[in-house]
Design a protein around this ligand. Structure first.
Ligand SMILES: Cc1cc2nc3c(=O)[nH]c(=O)nc-3n(C[C@H](O)[C@H](O)[C@H](O)COP(=O)(O)OP(=O)(O)OC[C@H]3O[C@@H](n4cnc5c(N)ncnc54)[C@H](O)[C@@H]3O)c2cc1C
Length: 182
């Protein structure tokens, strides 16, 4: 983030160590160091990158994958959809600005994703819960990332609907009031 003491975690959409190239999709949510860093990025700037690591082992999921998350999960969805794997990847994202996220999704070939508009009262998570139905019926494995509270709600929903724990992968990307989850 431009300082030796501050770091933030982003998901590589691809990683080419041989050529020294990677791509991330960062969400400028507000005023934290990560958001400020994204906003100030210009061609030619140089920073230190550490990684990659694999907090989610989606490679072990053989069937279809259903990615549920938010703006911060779109890069992961793109990475998973670009991987040479047997099952299809479907996506559902809770989103603040549908228009700008729609542009990002289209650019990344994810226009089939289901966007759910965030609501202050958090009622939109019920809509995300409703979207679990089709992938459950298809026997998909679930990848839940993004906001910790939403992951918790969706995981409870999946358990209630008897989806085996082995078919649920989770990684909280951020939580209100917490800084720089890793
Ligand atoms: C394994 C992993 C992979 C990740 N991959 C990505 C990625 O590919 N793209 C991406 O954009 N993010 C990704 N994130 C999330 C990103 O690291 C966090 O959003 C990070 O907190 C942003 O840093 P910041 O300095 O802007 O905010 P911080 O200083 O870390 O947080 C300040 C406050 O801002 C709020 N906040 C943080 N993130 C969000 C958010 N997304 N929406 C709304 N409010 C927020 C919280 O209340 C927090 O207390 C990933 C996180 C992890 C752990």
């Amino acid at each position: 983030m431009g300082s030796a003491f501050v770091s933030r975690t982003y998901t590589p959409m691809d990683w080419n160590a041989a050529e020294g190239r990677t791509r991330i999709l960062g969400y400028m949510h507000g005023e934290g160091p990560g958001s400020a860093w994204l906003r100030g990025l210009r061609a030619g700037h140089e920073y230190h990158l550490f990684g990659p690591r694999s907090p989610l082992d989606a490679g072990r999921a053989t069937a279809a994958l259903a990615v549920f998350g938010d703006e911060t999960s779109i890069g992961l969805a793109h990475a998973l959809a670009s991987t040479d794997r047997a099952g299809a990847v479907s996506c559902c994202f809770e989103i603040g600005d549908i228009e700008s996220c729609g542009q990002a999704l289209a650019r990344l070939g994810l226009e089939g994703a289901t966007p759910v508009t965030k609501r202050e009262d958090y009622g939109h998570v019920n809509d995300m819960g409703a979207a679990l139905g089709a992938p459950i019926a298809a026997g998909a494995s679930f990848v839940l990332t993004g906001k910790a509270g939403t992951i918790q709600r969706l995981r409870q929903d999946l358990k209630r609907r008897r989806v085996p724990a082995a078919r649920i992968l989770t990684k909280a990307y951020w939580a209100p009031g917490k800084q720089g989850l890793d």
